[in-house]
Design a protein around this ligand. Sequence first.
Ligand code: ZN
Ligand code: FE
Length: 257
Amino acid sequence: MTTLERVLYPYGELFNYGVLLHCPETQRTACVDSGDAEASLAAAKNQGWSITDIWVTHHHHDHTDGVLELKEKTGASVIGPNLPDTPILGVDHVISDGDVFDFAGRGVTAIHTPGHTLDMINFYLPAESLLFAGDTLFTLGCGRVFEGDASMMWKSLLKLAALPKDTIVYSSHEYTLANAEFAVTVDPDNAALHEQVQNVKNRRANDEPTIPSTLAMELNTNPFLRPDDPAIRKHLNMQEASDAEVFAEIRRRKDEF
Ligand code: ZN
Ligand code: FE
């Protein structure tokens, strides 16, 4: 089996990234989220691909505004969450935690990671070591906790942290420079973090995306995955606190940063 081809494309005012995932053998193409149907169609056209599947991570408009139009124009089938309080128009197949579906002969596992929203689903392809983390895990950051609470978000991040370290992590926004500025304030003595900060500064200076990342990189540099780190705990003066409490404090500080 050849590996799936991937394309990242930016859209919108919130520095979103969409991703297309393409199987050259079956010609299936999955579009992960669509906040802008025209942007998704242009990215597919640019590759000579036709979108056959749409995977939706959560109900926020910057991830769903293009879904219906894209579905109408391509005939793609739409997979995603669909909670009664936060419906997503156009979803054909509702998925929940642990569900596995097929894409071009690969299993795709739905991982429910509530916190940013209650409906958040991340898509994991073990055969390709690929994770689509939506607005749960960002490069050097994590999503704001809008609908859940900090302990719920921490449990969700633990699910992602348990995946294999070589997992390639696609998140949905280019927020990395701001995340980096914050990260060094809670983890100032982390040499791997400083190296990564320089790396992302160089990438952004060249107008290159800082996505995807890897789980190994995030575990070593992303403060939101490191509340168990002794240096961070000492810096926050929270040596006796639980990981969830330290995470909540880091999230609170980022919200005020
Ligand atoms: Zn969102
Ligand atoms: Fe978003």
